[in-house]
Design a protein around this ligand. Structure first.
Ligand code: C2E
Ligand code: MG
Ligand code: MG
Ligand code: MG
Length: 287
C-alpha cells in the first residue's frame, strides 16, 4: 500500500506536464491533417483609410475550424506550426488561397489588395522569393494587389539579412509592412534602410490612448518618424471612437480594428466593401 501510495503521488505530480505534452502532440497531429482535410480558413480584416473611410485593403488571418474545438485562433497554433516547420506548408496554402480570393473578388467587381503575414521561419527561408514567385505565377496574380507583413522583431533578429530580403521583395513589386511596431526594439538607423511602405503601430500603444493618464507622445512620435521616412502609418487594434478620433487628429493614415470590423469570411468583406456601398465609416454611423 505504501508502494502504491508513492506511485500514485508521483503519477499525480507528473500529470500536468505529461498532459501538456500530450495536448501539444495532439494539436500538432491535428494541424498536420487540418491542411489535407480542409479545416483551415482565411478570414479578412478591413484596413480603412482615415480620410475617406474606405476599405483600402484587407489583412488575411488564419483560422482553424478544428472538429470538437470550434474556431481556433492563430495564437494557439501558429507557434506550434512555427516550431514544427509546418508553417511553410500552411503559409503556401494560405498564399495560394489569398491569390485565388483576390481574383474571385476582382471578377465580382471588387478590386482589393490583401496583406499576408510572414512568420520568422518563413522570412528566413532561403528560397522564399522563388516560392512566392511560383505561387503568383501559377495563380496569375497581379503583384500590386499583394502585400506582406513582417513583425519588427522578425526583422531585427538579423537586420542585415532582413534588409536584403525586404529589398528583394520590394524589387518584385510587392508592398511591405512592419507589423507590431514599437515592441521589437528597432534601431532607428536600420528603419531607414528598410524600404517598407507601411508601419503598423502595435495594439498596445493604441489601447493606451484611452487610458486615464493617456500620453499621446509616443504614438505621435511614431507617426512623425514614419512620415519623415515616407512610410504610411496603420494603427492596429482600434476599438473605440475615442481612439479613432485621436489617430485621425494625429494624421494616422489607416485604421484596422473592431471599430470598423473584426476579421471576417471573404463573402462578408465583399458585402461590406463592394462598389456602391457606403464607406465603412458611414456604415458605422448608420448600420
Ligand atoms: P497580427 O498580424 O498583428 O494580426 C492582428 C491581430 O489582432 C489578429 O489576431 C486580429 O484578429 C486582432 N485584432 C484586430 N483588431 C482588433 C481589435 O480591435 N482588438 C483586438 N483586441 N484585437 C484585434 P489573430 O487573427 O488572432 O492573429 C494573431 C496573430 O497570428 C497575427 O497578429 C499574426 O501575427 C499571426 N497570424 C495570423 N494569421 C497568420 C498567417 O496566415 N501566417 C502567419 N505567419 N501568422 C499569422
Ligand atoms: Mg499582421
Ligand atoms: Mg499586427
Ligand atoms: Mg499585433
Amino acid at each position: 500500500a505504501k508502494e502504491l501510495g508513492r506511485n500514485q503521488y508521483q503519477f499525480y505530480k507528473e500529470l500536468p506536464r505529461r498532459k501538456d505534452g500530450e495536448k501539444n502532440l495532439a494539436l500538432e497531429t491535428g494541424l498536420r491533417y487540418a491542411l489535407e482535410r480542409g479545416e483551415l480558413e482565411v478570414y479578412y480584416q478591413p484596413k480603412v483609410e482615415v480620410d475617406s473611410g474606405r476599405c483600402y485593403a484587407a489583412e488575411a488571418l488564419l483560422r482553424w475550424r478544428r472538429p470538437g474545438h470550434g474556431l481556433v485562433s492563430p495564437g494557439q497554433f501558429i507557434p506550434l506550426a512555427e516550431e514544427s516547420g509546418l508553417i511553410v506548408e500552411i503559409g503556401e496554402w494560405l498564399l495560394r488561397t489569398v491569390c485565388l480570393q483576390i481574383a474571385q473578388w476582382r471578377d465580382a467587381g471588387l478590386d482589393m489588395a490583401v496583406a499576408v503575414n510572414l512568420s520568422p521561419h518563413q522570412f528566413r527561408q532561403k528560397n522564399l522569393l522563388e516560392r512566392i514567385d511560383a505561387i503568383l505565377e501559377a495563380t496569375g496574380t497581379d503583384r500590386s494587389r499583394l502585400e506582406f507583413e513582417i513583425t519588427e522583431s522578425t526583422m531585427m533578429h538579423d537586420p542585415q539579412q532582413a534588409v536584403d530580403t525586404v529589398r528583394r521583395l520590394k524589387s518584385r513589386g510587392l508592398a511591405l509592412s512592419i507589423d507590431d511596431f514599437g515592441t521589437g526594439y528597432s534601431s532607428l538607423s536600420y528603419l531607414k534602410l528598410f524600404p517598407v511602405d507601411y508601419l503598423k503601430i502595435d495594439r498596445s500603444f493604441v489601447q493606451d490612448i484611452d487610458a486615464q493618464q493617456a500620453d499621446p507622445r509616443i504614438v505621435r512620435a511614431i507617426i512623425a518618424l514614419a512620415h519623415s521616412l515616407d512610410i504610411r502609418v496603420v494603427a492596429e487594434g482600434v476599438e473605440t471612437a475615442g481612439q479613432f478620433e485621436f489617430l485621425k487628429r494625429h494624421q494616422c493614415d489607416l485604421i484596422q480594428g473592431y471599430f470598423f470590423g473584426p476579421p471576417m469570411p471573404a463573402d462578408e468583406l465583399m458585402e461590406r466593401a463592394r462598389p456602391g456601398r457606403p464607406s465603412l465609416l458611414a456604415q458605422r454611423d448608420r448600420p
